[in-house]
Design a protein around this ligand. Structure first.
Ligand SMILES: NC(=O)c1ccc[n+]([C@@H]2O[C@H](COP(=O)([O-])OP(=O)(O)OC[C@H]3O[C@@H](n4cnc5c(N)ncnc54)[C@H](O)[C@@H]3O)[C@@H](O)[C@H]2O)c1
Length: 438
């Protein structure tokens, strides 16, 4: 059993802390957001993540997991301090490290026994060395035995607990191999490869992984746009490609492109890193450009179907950036809504989990209680997030409620032929040059 402090109780910090507690460790989760910590202390979840609430309550009850804003208390005698704070995009696309810096400074101010500082936030290559410098400078000559280990996180929102508990690999980078091996003991119950590298390599593995996944999606979206023109079906193309073991099926779903709290900022940050170090990230630039264009395809297709969008009512199904999360950061839906509003459209929308977060933003949209309310008097319906709940909706009813029966299936979720039989004009992504797309 180890004593662990996790700094930051966002999607990564809270999952990390809770899972380590569940594995039998003594964990304190710290956040500087008092409201969030108060909520957690009253067993209220700060965000939606399947299975989280139960696991937190179980481990809090067993006194293995607690929450605080007090750094001194949280860091007392801990073996490991995990940094899991946000690293949002800065003005120039770079990763903004202000939260990592303040976490490192708090560690320097509040720790007096040997400690391993583990960085779980996604940070630019070189940040591990920089964190060590920040701590040393802040100590101002006062001795502290510490090492920094990079331990990038690969979990996905929506399946975060199972991803954390069943990782494909654990990556640990450090200038001190023993420190990395100590962190590896925390993961010893997992049956997966543990890759120990130097600090910078570990940091790069995280960025390269996210950029590669984003590249696959942009690739299939580029193919999808060709399929639309060449009368081929991208879903079948992806299937045919995916059976090739060298390629595989994952991340080959054509749609409205990638979004969320990680891919957009991480691809941008990696490209920024490349530029400031004198290399030209041509592929990454293209990957981002294709992604931006993919949202615009909705406009182009709806303009074709509706003539123009001014004063038209468009219903949007899905606001979260993907299913099974309430996270709307950089969600494709929000960009699509913004583009539609620029053309004068009025927007109605519904999401199974993200309504509360959407209500906090100034989106100027009508938030509805269910898909049927969204469909009422709509001139077109756009599917932006492929929630399970949307798979089995009553399309006869939707058809009877709409002003014009036009469906833009931005995730290729539905059966085009079945919808056409009901009387819809069905427009998909890369599903061939059907007259509905004209
Ligand atoms: N969300 C994901 O799916 C995911 C997956 C893998 C990696 N990551 C990376 O993990 C990091 C965290 O992401 P997230 O989505 O959990 O972030 P988040 O924005 O959901 O949460 C960050 C939390 O850190 C807190 N915080 C900020 N500065 C602090 C400080 N100095 N002391 C204490 N608390 C502080 C904030 O109040 C907030 O609650 C990012 O670098 C991200 O790129 C995220």
């Amino acid at each position: 059993m180890s004593k662990i402090c996790v700094i930051g109780t966002g999607y990564v910090g809270l999952v990390t802390g809770t899972c380590f507690a569940d594995l039998g460790n003594d964990v304190v989760c710290l956040d500087r957001d008092e409201e969030r910590i108060n909520q957690l202390n009253q067993s209220k979840m700060p965000f939606y993540e399947p299975g989280m609430e139960q696991l937190i309550n179980q481990n809090a009850k067993a006194s293995r997991l607690s929450f605080t804003t007090d750094y001194k208390k949280a860091l007392k005698d801990v073996d490991f301090a995990f940094i899991a704070v946000g690293t949002p995009s800065g003005a120039d696309g770079e990763a903004d490290l202000q939260y990592v810096r303040s976490a490192a400074e708090e560690i320097a101010d509040n720790v007096d026994s040997p400690i391993i500082v583990v960085n779980k936030s996604t940070v630019p290559v070189g940040t591990g060395d920089w964190v060590a410098d920040v701590i040393r400078k802040r100590r101002n000559g006062k001795a502290l035995e510490f090492n920094v280990v990079s331990n990038p996180e690969f979990l996905r929102e929506g399946s975060a607990i199972s991803d954390f508990m069943n990782p494909d690999r654990v990556v640990l980078g450090s200038t001190n191999k023993e420190a990395a091996e100590n962190v590896a003991t925390l993961y010893s119950q997992f049956r997966c490869p543990v890759l120990i590298t130097d600090l910078r390599t570990a940091e790069m593995i995280k960025y390269a992984s996210n950029a590669f996944l984003a590249t696959r999606i942009s690739f299939i979206n580029e193919i999808a746009n060709m399929c639309d023109e060449l009368d081929a079906d991208v879903s079948q193309v992806a299937l045919g490609m995916g059976y090739d073991k060298r390629i595989g099926h994952a991340f080959l779903d054509a749609g409205l492109g990638w979004g969320g709290s990680c891919f957009p900022k991480d691809v941008k940050a990696l490209a920024h890193m490349a530029v400031i170090h004198g290399t030209h990230p041509q592929l990454l630039q293209a990957v981002m450009e294709i992604n931006r264009n993919q949202r615009r395809q909705v406009l182009v297709k709806l303009r074709k179907a509706l003539g123009n969008l001014d004063e038209k009512t468009i219903g949007v199904l899905g606001l979260s950036f993907k299913p099974n999360t309430d996270d709307i950061r950089d969600a494709p839906a929000l960009e699509v809504i913004h583009l539609l509003q620029n053309e004068g459209a009025n927007i109605k929308a519904y999401d199974p989990q993200a309504m509360e977060n959407a209500a906090k933003e100034n989106l100027r949209i009508q938030l509805c209680k269910n898909p049927y309310q969204v469909a009422e008097n709509a001139d077109a319906l756009v599917l932006t997030t492929e929630w399970n709940e949307f798979k089995q909706i009553d399309f006869e009813k939707i058809h009877s409620l709409m002003n014009q029966p036009i469906i833009m299936d931005g995730r290729n979720l539905w059966d085009a032929e079945a919808l056409r039989e009901i009387g819809f004009k069905y427009i998909g992504v890369g599903r061939g040059n059907h007259p509905d797309n004209e």
